[in-house]
Design a protein around this ligand. Sequence first.
Ligand SMILES: Cc1cc2nc3c(=O)[nH]c(=O)nc-3n(C[C@H](O)[C@H](O)[C@H](O)COP(=O)(O)O)c2cc1C
Length: 451
Amino acid sequence: MSKRIRLGMFQAMTPMGQWRMPGNTSTDFLDLQHWVTMAKRLDQEGVDFLFMADDYAYPVVDGHVLPQAIESSVQFPKADPIVLLSALALATERLGLVATVSTTIEKPQIVARRFATLDHLTGGRLGWNVVTGAGQNASALLFDEPLIPHDERYARADEHIRLAMELWEGVWEDDALVQDRESGTYADPSKVHEIDTHGRWHGARGVLTVPPSPQRTPVLFQAGASSSGRGFAADYAEGVFLASEPAATAAQIAAVRDLLDANGRGRDAVLFLSAGTFVVAPTAEEAHAKRALQASFWTLEDAAAAYAFFTGLDLMSMPLDEPLASTRTETGRTNVERFSGANGAPALTVRQILEEFQRNSVMGAPFVGDPVQVVDQAEAFLAETGADGFLVQPDPTGTFDDFLDLVLPEMRRRGMVAEPPQVGATLRERLFGHPHLADGHPGAAFRRVRV
Ligand SMILES: Cc1cc2nc3c(=O)[nH]c(=O)nc-3n(C[C@H](O)[C@H](O)[C@H](O)COP(=O)(O)O)c2cc1C
């Protein structure tokens, strides 16, 4: 009996898949119709959500944007996906809409207001991928601010998310919005509470002006797998995105589940979705040919640019046949720890890291083959890692058409995919069966207890 899984679909407002592949349409990423067409299809096919990754960054080496990144389109160019979401909400009925906002870049009051608004406009189908942020070296330069040390970014993230949750959960009582034309009471002042919270980096005295949205707090996702990232996930995440080799993925999931046990939320409080790349065609030969063509467009220089984006480290300046000359970075650590022996796996040489990035970039090895073969591979991955589903990467063409045409029907045939919920269900109801944060979540402590 196949395991029921969850499916999120990964995109960003940037060329996706491999933009040089024949048939790739992701260079239309600034065309609203491109997104509306994609979201409508995802909605009809019944996947759980569309995830829009985001950051303000690009590859930077020696303090400057890397020309290679501009030339080959490595994490460049890029636009702001939050702006898309209300249009996609109107075009869809059930599809969850999840987007990244960095706790390092934006203030919690801004995030709370924008996400509360979007949770209304999506009818409660919103999720927030809470990250400290990739490419922090680039965004620090762009904002003309000092690079905040890695672990301090997570300490700030802690205050950030707590303040945002207090605004969502702790200001408006459920029945504060009255809108009584007769009496002239729009909202009951005794049921709208000021918060008064002051931390080291974030504080507020005041109210969230947006009335409570269907979920109040959007579904909380998290995506940094460094050791501080795991602690943050165990404290706050309801869903975690991962991307690594199977053994490392299994170890990450086990580590976060142990932390969940320790902090009382319970081992099953979080859904773990691993990046899943499906290179699929009606026959295995065609799929392998597609994969080979896609891989031929990636150079080692592109791989180094991608690595610089995620870690701030310039592999091209290091001896190729030795392990990383330096693992010290205040940019992202996930892809340093992943290859430096820190996770129990042997340390790779710089050349091996470059080759791994050239083949697979950050999202791990793809499943390649005909529909039956890729779903077999995906099921083996799930069995080995204990993941709850996939964050499906775009096809080489940048869309999900191959996945939806060939993989999803095979998953359905095996009973792996849940039926879509009723129109009107919130994303949290769809994923967890209840509309609001679980009682054991730290955000629930901000709720007003009505007497
Ligand atoms: C599937 C997946 C999706 C991610 N999406 C984003 C994103 O949209 N924006 C971002 O800044 N970081 C994203 N990341 C995580 C970044 O890599 C992470 O925030 C960064 O590495 C900093 O955290 P760390 O030091 O814990 O790695 C994603 C990671 C994975 C595995």
